[in-house]
Every structure is written in C-alpha cells, then in structure tokens.
Design a protein around this ligand. Structure first.
Ligand SMILES: Nc1ncnc2c1ncn2[C@@H]1O[C@H](COP(=O)(O)OP(=O)(O)OP(=O)(O)O)[C@@H](O)[C@H]1O
Ligand SMILES: [Mg+2]
Length: 259
C-alpha cells in the first residue's frame, strides 16, 4: 500500500511564484497494467523539482503525457496555465517551444550532423527567433554553453555518450524554453561523466533561470540539482520533501532509494 506523506509541503515551496506546470490526478493504464494512479505535481517558476521512482514506475509515461506524446486516461495537465488536453496540434506545437526536452538516452538524429540536430528545432519554430538572430550564431552559442563548440560538424556516431548528452542538452535549450524536462540525464554514463553532466545542469539552472523537472534515480544528481523531490511509488506521490529530509527518512521505501 502506498501512503502519501508530505514532509515539507510548505517548507520548500514559494507559492507566491507562478505555477508553470500543474498535474492533477493523472491516470494511465496499459491494459491491466495501471501505471499512474492519480499522480500530482506542481512546478513553480524557477524551481528545480526532481521526481524519483524505480524503473518502470511510469516516470517517462508521465513526461510523455505532459508534452502530448501520449494521452492520459484521465486527470489534467496544465503547462504555463494551458490545459494540454484542450489544445489543437498547432497550439500544442507552440506550447512545446516553451519546453526543452532532454530525452532519455539523448535521442539525437543519427543521420544529421551536430549542427543539423541543433538547427532542427530552430527551423521548426522559425517565428521564435528574434529578427537579429541567425541560426548559425544560435547553434554556436548553444554549443559553447555546453563546452563543445568544436563538435559542430561531427556526426553523433563520432561522439562519446557524455558528449551526446551535452549536445542533446544544447538542443533542448536552443529555443530558450521556460521549462526543461530532463528524463534520466545521467543514466548510462560513467560516474565521472555523470558528475560533469550534473555540474552542467546546475550551471544551466543558474544561468538560464528556467524551471526544471528532473526525472532520475541518480541520488547524486538529486542531491545537487533538486530543491524538492517527489517519490513516485505505485503510480502515486509516496512522499515529497527536500533532499535532506528524504535522505534521512526512516521509511523503508524511501531509504531504499537513498542508500
Ligand atoms: N507504449 C506503451 N505500451 C505499453 N506499455 C507501456 C508503454 N509505455 C510504457 N509502458 C509501460 O508503462 C510502465 C512505465 O514505463 P515508463 O517508461 O514510464 O517507466 P520509467 O519509470 O520511465 O522507467 P525507467 O526508469 O526504466 O526509464 C512500464 O511497465 C512500461 O512497460
Ligand atoms: Mg523512463
């Protein structure tokens, strides 16, 4: 049985800030597999929120519902105040420009160079570019921000796993979104490369002041980048609190994540 505990509902949330993301009672099943059973989430402007949950607990499903790649069975998702379910395709496309998405496993286009990968969102959303900005300058700036300007003409197969993750992050940031969704940003990387990615995420949080939702089971990542953590167990919010609160919890299910 899951129990919803709320260690610090008021201690680490600045509710005077704008809500940029609001998920209410989200439910999603695949046949008899009930993945999300009433999940709730609130992300405030400028906040860095981590969602932890074991493999197969529905973290990616939740994120896909959020950006309209998958339809929830019920519940509501509001991004920047707009209910995702009520939007038509062009409104959804427009809303997606507000969200930078770092996909699980990077998901670069293998047949495109780094430059083409980064130009892709710019071409799709040309109207987002200021009149003075040209795509090459934006690509260069984004690559410099992740410390990889020299990779501009390389193909993804010529990059290491950590470099691919950085390029994917540069692509997620290129439209200067209000919200960044990170799906397992450090999974599959060695510990040193993971630390570099975590450090980069922290720098980006400071530099861009975006709101971030980070899905991870990497405790180091959660410690460095989170202001608040939600633990997802059996499709619902099991517990919510700061890293300090959760990492010292006596609850067995919580301890299992932080050992
Ligand atoms: N398109 C789909 N069709 C059927 N089942 C699906 C589909 N997508 C996800 N699932 C199921 O939903 C459950 C949750 O999947 P999800 O990918 O969200 O897990 P996760 O928490 O992101 O795990 P991981 O940490 O391994 O990435 C799994 O049981 C998975 O098999
Ligand atoms: Mg996943």
């Amino acid at each position: 049985m899951s129990q919803t505990q709320d260690i610090s509902k008021s201690s680490n949330i600045d509710t005077s800030k704008k809500l940029v993301l609001e998920i209410k009672d989200l439910r999603k099943s695949f046949g008899d597999t009930h993945v999300l059973n009433g999940f709730n989430l609130e992300l405030y402007e400028g906040e860095n929120l981590v969602v932890m949950g074991k493999s197969g607990s529905g973290k990616s499903v939740m994120i896909k519902c959020m950006v309209g790649l998958m339809q929830a069975d019920s519940g509501s998702i509001k991004v920047m105040g707009q209910d995702v379910a009520t939007l038509n395709q062009s409104e959804l496309d427009e809303l997606r420009t507000e969200i930078g998405f770092l996909f699980q496993g990077s998901a670069l286009y293998d047949s495109m160079t780094v430059r083409e990968n980064l130009e892709f969102p710019l071409r799709r959303h040309k109207h987002k570019l200021g009149t003075n900005s040209n795509t090459y300058d934006l690509v260069k700036e984004a690559l410099e921000n992740v410390g990889l300007p020299h990779t501009i003409d390389l193909m993804p197969e010529e990059l290491s796993g950590g470099m691919k993750r950085r390029i994917a992050l540069a692509r997620a940031l290129i439209l200067k979104p209000n919200i960044i969704l990170y799906d397992e940003p450090t999974t599959g990387l060695d510990p040193i490369t993971s630390k570099e990615i975590i450090e980069l995420m922290r720098r980006i949080q400071q530099q861009y002041k975006t709101s971030s939702l980070i899905i991870t089971h990497d405790v180091d990542c959660a410690r460095v980048v989170s202001e608040r953590i939600i633990l997802l167990v059996d499709g619902v919010n099991y517990i919510e609190g700061t890293y300090a609160e959760l990492s010292t919890s006596k609850d067995e299910k919580v301890k299992a994540f932080f050992k």
